[in-house]
Design a binder for this molecule. Structure first.
Ligand code: DAH
Length: 345
């Protein structure tokens, strides 16, 4: 049958056409030529089948469909090959191009300062401890001698967490002092430990107040620890931290977990105590509270009251970072502004 010979011939025609095609567009034209809905060679054959005799129909119909499939496979295979070739050619590397700059991460300024602090105290033989940020009312307040209704609670506005029915409410710890009793429950004096950590206060924010900030707590307990030990450790620490001599000053202050309690000042390192905008012309900067650990706190830790003495302090970390790097707004630390952060690379 003439028509069968013709359509068989199209297979080898399509094969050589496809091999010559250099682009997907050319393959598309080829597909149109044989299989296009309008005037495709095979489409036309199939359309005109009704004009054939019954016996011809039986042969031509199935064969035309087979050929259609074969040609489609030929074209698709060629398309795949073209695509592979193309992706290989884009994979070749032009070694003369300048390299892509790899942007590496770096530590946050507060982490740098915290690491510095930890280093200095580790060299002085201090242990480093931490505790949970979601804390119980007991460790954050009661255990450190701040019972319910105590005015000391008003000093620290607290983020309370919703409690399950029948369970006690937890909170976001307002002070690293929350770790004091946790640590003492597991350790027997003498010891000296530093607790750096993040704390939270439900407060309005401004250039010197944040709702989330950091402290480092110190706790040194033994049989004959005095305020003199505290002053010495603090002055050694600050001189190493700022790499120059720093004066310290204690003023009487009230904190429920210490007796006596102090406010702790250091000489302003920005102006060398001459008076500047950072220290508001005072020459001194307040860096936190300290004192001799209240015997009630030892009691809550399971120690026999009156057996030990110790000092504790809680200093703000942001303050130190701001002085060290001359930063004038505490909110920058958590702003997520990379223009600020990237200066500490
Ligand atoms: N926890 C106090 C605060 O956040 C700071 C503090 C004061 C800690 C005196 C102490 C201390 O350990 O002895 O305001």
């Amino acid at each position: 049958m003439e028509i069968i010979t013709k359509i068989n011939q199209w297979i080898s025609d399509a094969k050589s056409d496809a091999q010559e095609a250099r682009s997907e567009a050319e393959l598309f034209d080829l597909e149109k030529k044989y299989l296009g809905r309008k005037n495709g060679l095979l489409t036309n054959v199939l359309k005109s089948i009704k004009e054939l005799s019954d016996s011809e129909k039986k042969v031509v119909g199935p064969r035309a469909n087979e050929v259609k499939k074969e040609i489609l496979t030929i074209i698709n295979n060629q398309r795949k090959q073209l695509q592979e070739k193309q992706s290989q050619s884009t994979k070749t590397i032009d070694v003369t191009l300048p390299g892509k700059k790899i942007v590496s991460g770096h530590l946050h300024p507060l982490t740098i300062v915290q690491n510095d602090i930890v280093d200095i105290f580790t060299r002085m033989g201090f242990d480093i401890a931490d505790g949970p940020e979601v804390e119980s009312e007991w460790y954050n307040f009661d255990a450190v001698n701040v019972p319910d209704n105590h005015p000391g609670r008003d000093m620290q506005d607290t983020f309370w967490l919703r409690a399950e029915k029948g369970k006690k409410q937890s909170l976001l710890r307002t002070q690293t002092s929350a770790v004091q009793v946790r640590y003492m429950e597991k350790h027997t004096p003498p010891f000296h430990v530093i607790v750096p950590g993040r704390i939270f206060r439900h407060e309005a924010t401004d250039a010197s107040h944040e709702h989330t900030f950091h402290q480092f707590e110190a706790l040194m307990v033994g049989n004959d620890i005095s305020v003199a030990n505290c002053k010495h450790v603090v002055s050694v620490f600050f001189s190493q931290f700022f790499k120059k001599d720093v004066e310290i000053r204690l003023r009487p202050g009230f904190f429920p977990f210490v007796e006596p309690g102090f406010e702790f000042d250091i000489s302003c390192t920005v102006c060398d105590a001459k008076g500047c905008s950072v220290c508001k012309q005072a020459g001194w900067l307040e860096i936190g509270g300290a004192g001799m650990v209240h015997q009630n706190v030892f009691g809550a830790s399971g120690y026999e009251k009156g057996k030990y003495q110790g000092f504790a302090w809680g200093f703000g970390l942001e303050r130190l970072a701001m002085m060290k790097y001359n930063i004038d707004d505490v909110r920058l630390f958590h702003s997520g502004d990379l223009r600020f952060i990237n200066q500490f690379r």
